[in-house]
Design a protein around this ligand. Structure first.
Ligand code: ZN
Length: 653
């Protein structure tokens, strides 16, 4: 093992933090595979400006305008006002527009209109993108959009009772009321195939002109044509180096969709894509998620290129192969065990590039396609993106969180050494074995636990994993390095369940989300059950800060096993009353003074609530005949550098 010099943290501003992710395994790929990823990553970056335009009518103009000032302003760039302009620009890049990526509220700059007027006056006029307008007119138009809190105040308004289209600043509709749009698409649905409906309205802007509604379709020859032509150019290059015929067919259908805008072809593409589970490299490129449209129809453009994480996938395959052994040896009563259990082999991927609505803020898991009839007839593809999760984990080691909440330096060292490994292993045990283990007794209604069902089910899966974490079998299978590593996950789990997950809940509220309830249920139950023997304790330091102290890890395992047996019994017998008692006693209520203390300690850390990623850079290396002989990966590019390069090289709108 070489010591790691990889820096996960890039920079921090406003409520945002930028991280870098590592594309482990890229250098070991064949040249053909590298080329395939390179062409697909270019296709992933080309679509960037589509998203800016989708997010709001003025986004591209404002971005270009502020970028020009940032680059060419001739005055003093060290003033407070100019630094505020820099932060504003960085926020625009992060959100792909002038509205917060998560809250959807417009953010107002910390410099004044007078400051901006002064910046404009001291920037060479030929550098300012006025789009043929008089500079004064341009400023008159853009300044209120930037500064007036009442104009374009929300990107996606969901407030019941208001016209959601007229009150949202997103750019999917033009001059259309909510009622008109709803009627327009209701008519389309009525006329179409009821059993297998296409994704109506997904890839177009709905426009009202001269009293008539029509769709401006996003395709070659239609709206965004210039960008889509570039995407298709790279996709065509990618087909030449694709790994197999299945991939070629997937890309061929995607290109046909981009050329025609035909949503029937999009469905065929989606089916071909979800069926391809064997290829090493995979990608998404297109109009996918509809969160940016208050009516949930129009899909924002996004892309990710990825390849299989072979180490992690090996781990889940091993677990899956030994699924019966784990079932047979669990502490659950034999009558509730499955005679024949099948493990699930989870697909874990490594992201190679993020684009559009997955950049810089990204999901860490993907489950597609979104079409309901395709999901029910053909299933869906579900993956977790391990290198993004790892980047979150690594960055969290250095932000003061551990020092603030972990009891002592020995435990911090344990968590730093084994935290990521055992955290992933616990997730795998949960997903690959936990949910699939156990059986219902004959005649028991699968929904017998009603509202408590989800929490009990998550507890069952978590406990199955927790029980096996220290098992010698995992060392024998090469999944844990030694008999100490599991302690890291035990500590992490108890600290999270008893204390730190509370930072995600507002003071005075109960625990509601079922995964969070599950964790508190387990942690509170073992704390109480082990109290007389002091297996786990909550102790306070001199400042009155509460910490988890684990005195006996072996007994803790026994308690997890005991609760697993009981939870499985509840599930197998459909014992609603017992489920209710467990959840209501341990999982829901929060000790208010403790909650307040945790929130205060967390707030003092001043951590960025939102994170995003800087992409690596792929650089082709040529021989004397201008043939690509290798693709190098580089991690040195900064956030601003990357954004300015993208604005320069992928600007087609
Ligand atoms: Zn689960």
């Amino acid at each position: 093992m070489t010591p790691t010099t990889f820096h996960y943290t890039v920079e921090r501003f406003a409520d945002l933090e930028l991280l870098r992710y590592k594309v482990e395994g890229f250098r070991e790929l064949s040249l053909t595979q590298k080329l395939y990823i390179y062409y697909l990553s270019e296709a992933a970056l080309e679509g960037r400006d589509i998203l800016y335009d989708q997010n709001g009518k003025y986004n591209l103009r404002i971005r270009k305008f502020i970028e020009a000032i940032y680059l060419y302003y001739t005055g003093d760039k060290q003033t407070e006002a100019f630094r505020a302009l820099e932060i504003y620009l960085k926020r625009i890049w992060f959100a792909s527009g002038i509205h917060h990526h998560y809250s959807c509220d417009k953010f107002i700059p910390a410099f004044t209109p007078e400051d901006l007027a002064d910046f404009v006056a001291h920037t060479p006029i030929e550098k300012l993108p006025t789009e043929g307008q008089d500079l004064a007119d341009c400023c008159t138009e853009l300044f209120p959009i930037i500064f007036d809190p009442k104009m374009a105040s929300k990107r996606v308004n969901q407030a019941d009772g208001e016209d959601l289209l007229l009150t949202s600043a997103m750019n999917y509709y033009n001059g259309v009321t909510q009622a008109e749009a709803e009627a327009f698409y209701a008519a389309q649905k009525q006329a179409g195939d009821a059993e297998r409906p296409i994704m109506y309205g997904m890839n177009s802007t709905l426009i009202k002109q001269d009293g008539k509604l029509y769709e401006d379709v996003w395709k070659i020859g239609g709206k965004y044509s210039k960008v889509i032509e570039r995407i298709v150019y790279w996709l065509e290059k990618a087909t030449e180096v694709a790994e197999n015929e299945t991939q070629k067919e997937v890309i061929r259908l995607l290109i046909a969709f981009y050329k025609t805008g035909d949503l029937h072809i999009f469905d065929r593409y989606s089916i071909a894509w979800l069926r391809d589970t064997a290829s090493h490299i995979d990608f998404i490129n297109g109009f996918i998620e509809s969160y940016g449209d208050p009516l949930g129809l129009k899909a924002s453009w996004e892309s990710i290129v990825n390849f299989r994480d072979t180490v992690a996938t090996h781990r889940t395959e091993v677990l899956s192969r030994y699924a019966q052994w784990f079932e047979d040896h669990s502490p659950v009563s034999p009558q509730f065990k499955k005679e024949k259990v099948k493990g699930v082999s989870a697909k874990v991927i490594t992201a190679a590039i993020l684009g559009g609505d997955l950049y810089p803020a990204s999901a860490i898991g993907i489950n597609l396609p979104n079409s309901n009839w395709i999901r029910s007839e053909h299933g869906s593809k579900s993956v977790t993106i391990a290198n993004l999760t790892e980047a979150y984990h690594q960055a969290a080691q250095k932000n003061g969180f551990m020092e603030a909440f972990v009891i002592d330096s020995a435990t911090i060292a344990l968590l730093e050494q084994y935290g990521n490994l055992t955290g992933n292993l616990h997730t795998d045990l949960h997903e690959c074995l936990g949910h699939g283990s156990g059986k219902l007794l004959p005649g028991v209604d699968p929904d017998a636990l009603k509202a408590y069902g989800a929490t009990i089910e998550e507890s069952r899966a978590d406990l199955f994993g927790l029980y096996y974490m220290p098992d010698e079998k995992l060392i024998e299978l090469g999944l844990t390095p030694n008999a100490e590593a599991y302690k890291s996950e035990y500590y992490q789990f108890m600290m999270n369940g008893l204390l730190t997950q509370l930072v995600r809940i507002e003071l005075g509220k109960d625990v509601e989300e079922s995964h969070m309830r599950n964790r508190q249920l387990i942690a509170r139950w073992v704390l109480e059950q082990g109290a007389t023997e002091r297996v786990v304790e909550l102790i306070k330091n001199e400042q009155g800060h509460t910490f988890v102290k684990i005195n006996d890890y072996e007994k803790l395992r026994t308690l997890f096993g005991k609760l697993l047996a009981e939870i499985q019994r509840i599930k197998s017998e459909g014992d609603y009353e017992a489920a209710r008692a467990l959840v209501e006693t341990y999982a829901v209520k929060i000790d208010k003074p403790l909650h307040e203390e945790i929130l205060t300690r967390y707030k003092a850390l001043n951590l960025a609530p939102y994170k995003g990623f800087v992409n690596p850079r792929y650089i082709p290396k040529y021989d004397a005949d201008q043939r690509i002989v290798d693709i190098e990966i580089s991690y040195t590019e900064g956030y601003t550098e990357q954004m300015l390069r993208y604005s320069r090289d992928y600007a087609h709108l």
